[in-house]
Design a protein around this ligand. Sequence first.
Ligand code: MLT
Length: 312
Amino acid sequence: SAFTSVSAFAQDYPTQPITIVVPFSAGGPTDTVTRLVAAAMSEDLGQQVVVQNVGGAGGTLGAGQVAAANPDGYTLLLHHIGMSTAPALYASLPFDPMKDFEPIGLVTEVPMTIVARKDFQPETLEDLIAYVKENGENVTYANAGIGAASQLCGLLFMDALDVKMTEVPYQGTGPAMTDLLGGQIDMMCDQTTNTTSQIKAGEIKAYAVTTPERIAVLPDVPTLAEGGLENFNLAIWHGLYAPAGTDKAIIERLTKSLQTALADENVGNSFAELGTYPVPADQATPEALAQKLEGQIGLWGEVIKAAGVSAQ
Ligand code: MLT
């Protein structure tokens, strides 16, 4: 029967390469995290785990593609906080984050940094705040589109300062970083997984981290609270998903594999160098991700509404 063939199929899983869709460009923060996890999962599963970058529409294009994919365990999605902000930012979304996916587990939580091109005038966080208030729309800031972490951070920053800057959207902050390094763009708020090495090399300026505490890899970078923006607390959580309808046995196998990958010493060390850390095993579960997603959809729905942002 169809039932026994599905079960037998799940038992042998995986018998072919698995694709993890990253809904942003290659070379950016989500891509970096996913490639590290994919390599370790690949070792555990005995099959290649391939990363496919499907950038566009702030991560909603790639997420929509996975929502519509065959739920056979061979197409997965690694997405971040954008899964929870998109419902408030888009009037009509081509997928339902709660209904169209099977959560596999949380992956990591990444602090953000407010950075600028090397020769941008402001030197300190205080200077930056004054400069942005004075220059408003003459300041350009890069983001990865509506629904991106960089867009959310920019939105909160502009709301806190009560000012508008000029947004320049990319398909991911990987290519945005290239333009920041080239001096074509003034500013960006991006995850440490994409900014730490450039900050340390002095290739870009860093003004602040978005977490309540300073972070170990960037001890000289102040928190936004130190600059007077007290209520700004943003860490970018990431989760791994399969399309809804994926066999439970496959989800269980993937959860186990994710937990193994996150416990891998190489993954832990690489994450630490990038200013982040793998979530503990009890967070790398379908239940923890489902709970996080639901709570965050509620939270960001309120915040985005309060910031007066209208849905696109
Ligand atoms: C990326 O991977 O390019 C970023 O996560 C985009 C973003 O959300 O800012």
